[in-house]
Design a protein around this ligand. Structure first.
Ligand SMILES: Cc1cc2nc3c(=O)[nH]c(=O)nc-3n(C[C@H](O)[C@H](O)[C@H](O)COP(=O)(O)OP(=O)(O)OC[C@H]3O[C@@H](n4cnc5c(N)ncnc54)[C@H](O)[C@@H]3O)c2cc1C
Length: 196
């Protein structure tokens, strides 16, 4: 396995040429699974998918003074509070922002208020903030499958709020498709080109 940034993707008579920060690789088949960044990798091939970064946040309050035995959800705020090794983590919300835009620091105060609603005794101790980018398409379904005009190129991204849960099945489905097998489910709803 190699960890490197993919900087270019092109097809010639020998197959796909994947240019990375660690060198160039030749491949017969390529699966694009770069989350919200997949859009930028495909654009130079003329493939323009309406994939956005649906950003979510968490704060982890390092010394909250309370411990939850179970996770609690504030359904209205779409936020879950859980006790973790590093403190009380309060996670969720959805924000459509630029993929490269900085996190919004005002979110911390919002999460602290929600945390107080769930656990009124939570201490106001320091918190660490994290922001993640959910790769989201307009119908909230992933893009899974081939690009017929680009033989050997497959999409496996766009899992929105459920990428962790859907990862094992996605791996199974893409492995079947890439090896010419039948995944055994109707793939039409996940067609990467369903938006035209
Ligand atoms: C607050 C929050 C809570 C969530 N909770 C849940 C949950 O409870 N359950 C659930 O199932 N899902 C949850 N999700 C959604 C889940 O995190 C995503 O659906 C999932 O991470 C998408 O996986 P991915 O691998 O497609 O994309 P990512 O996780 O974004 O991974 C993409 C990877 O590609 C790499 N990459 C990008 N560009 C390049 C490049 N040019 N070259 C090389 N590598 C590149 C990135 O560095 C990154 O490592 C949550 C998301 C958030 C934000």
């Amino acid at each position: 396995m190699e960890r490197a940034e993919v900087t270019g993707l092109a097809r010639d008579c020998e197959g796909w040429k994947v240019t990375t920060s660690a060198g160039t690789h030749q491949a017969e088949k390529v699966v694009i699974s770069a989350g919200a960044w997949s859009r930028a990798l495909l654009a130079p091939l003329g493939l323009r998918l309406p994939l956005l970064a649906e950003r979510g946040y968490h704060i982890e309050i390092s010394d909250p003074g309370v411990t939850l035995n179970n996770s609690f959800t504030d359904v209205e705020a779409t936020v879950v509070a859980s006790s973790m090794q590093g403190g009380l983590r309060v996670a969720g919300t959805a924000e459509f922002g630029g993929i490269d835009a900085a996190p919004d620091p005002s979110r911390e105060a919002i999460f602290r208020k929600i945390a107080r609603g769930i656990c009124p005794d939570v201490a106001d101790s320091p918190a660490r903030m994290w922001m993640g980018r959910r790769p989201t398409l307009p119908d909230s379904l992933p893009a899974l499958g081939a690009f017929p005009a680009h033989p050997g190129l497959f999409a496996a991204f766009g899992h929105s709020h459920h990428g962790l849960m859907m990862a094992p099945k996605t791996g199974e489905v893409i492995a079947e498709l890439a090896t010419g097998g039948d995944p055994g489910i109707d793939m039409a709803p996940y067609d990467p080109l369903r938006f035209g």
